[in-house]
Design a protein around this ligand. Structure first.
Ligand code: YXS
Length: 259
């Protein structure tokens, strides 16, 4: 069973996230369907991709599938984690990807949306960066995705509070390209997509890769890398990490002790 619905029209490919029962949580099967769609679109020479939820969605995506996170003693966001693979595929896809957002966006789904090349949101959409609510030590490249989109103070505010940010403020801060009413969202998003389709796909693909390479150009010494790995290991080996995951699965608020 596929958790996405894909369509291609006028060189525009659309991936509609369709696992509503689990609020489009980014599970391994859902991510596999998205990646399969990327492959099909590449074969069909699609020039723009739109990533969306069903019309009227209350939740665009609830983020990483928490039931798939390790219960401890293993990096929850290692290289091979499906969410990490999805982010890399979004960034490496030659065609620009537009995140068409309606409803609330949570955790790793915020990173997916912000890793896209443009974000067009309904004016009642919200964005919440949630690792601190679960005790998750977010990974380095994931934080860089946020830093490439959001100023440092705002990243810290969103990451430390875990509180949803309204689309209006996200637009004011340049985190999303445009907000429109839900009624206008689809028409506006496809109008921008058509503008892109009319331009040179080679030039756009090269500029996308250049811009992403520049945005990710950060040198890090091996010593610093090892320090960060040790810090993150301390967190995902902690009782707090296990409490965060367990509390979510038991549908109760977590009690963090800092241990
Ligand atoms: O109880 P059932 O079986 O019907 O399943 C429920 C939820 O358990 C499930 N579900 C999820 N399952 C796995 N992972 C998730 N992230 C997830 N979110 C939801 O979907 C069914 C319906 O959920 P329910 O009843 O809560 O729906 P609702 O409409 O009342 O509320 C929608 C949300 C999105 C407000 C609520 O589901 C929620 O707060 N979800 C968690 C959002 C979140 O904290 N996401 C972060 C995931 S962890 C992550 O992305 C990164 C690792 S990190 O944390 O580092 O950013």
């Amino acid at each position: 069973m596929s958790f996405v619905i894909t369509t291609i029209e006028d060189s525009i490919g659309t991936i509609l996230l369709n696992h509503v029962q689990k609020r489009n949580a980014l599970s391994q099967p859902l991510i596999a369907d998205i990646l399969e769609a990327f492959g099909t679109f590449r074969q069909q020479n699609v020039r723009v991709i739109i990533l969306r939820a069903p019309e009227g969605a209350t939740v665009w995506s609830a983020g990483h599938d928490v039931s798939e996170l390790p219960q401890g003693h293993r990096d929850p966001l290692g290289w091979d984690d499906p969410l990490r693979r999805l982010i890399r595929e979004v960034e490496n896809c030659p065609a620009p990807i537009i995140a068409m957002i309606e409803g609330s966006v949570w955790g790793g789904a915020c990173e997916v949306a912000f890793a896209c090349d443009l974000v067009i949101a309904a004016d009642d959409a919200t964005f919440a960066i949630t690792p601190a609510k679960l005790g998750v030590p977010y990974n380095l490249s994931g934080l860089l995705t946020f830093m490439s989109t959001i100023s440092l103070h705002i990243v810290k505010e969103m990451a430390f509070t875990g509180s949803p940010m309204k689309a209006e403020r996200a637009e004011r801060l340049g985190i999303v390209n445009r907000i429109v009413s839900r009624k206008e969202l689809q028409q506006h998003t496809y109008e921008i997509a058509r503008q892109i389709v009319r331009n040179s796909p080679l030039s756009i693909a090269v500029m996308k890769e250049e811009l992403n390479l520049l945005a990710n150009a950060h040198d890090l010494s091996p010593l610093t890398f090892e320090r960060i790995q040790a810090l993150r290991r301390e967190v995902y080996n902690s009782q707090d990490y296990q409490e965060g995951i367990r509390a979510f699965l038991e549908k109760r608020p977590p009690t963090f002790t800092g241990k």
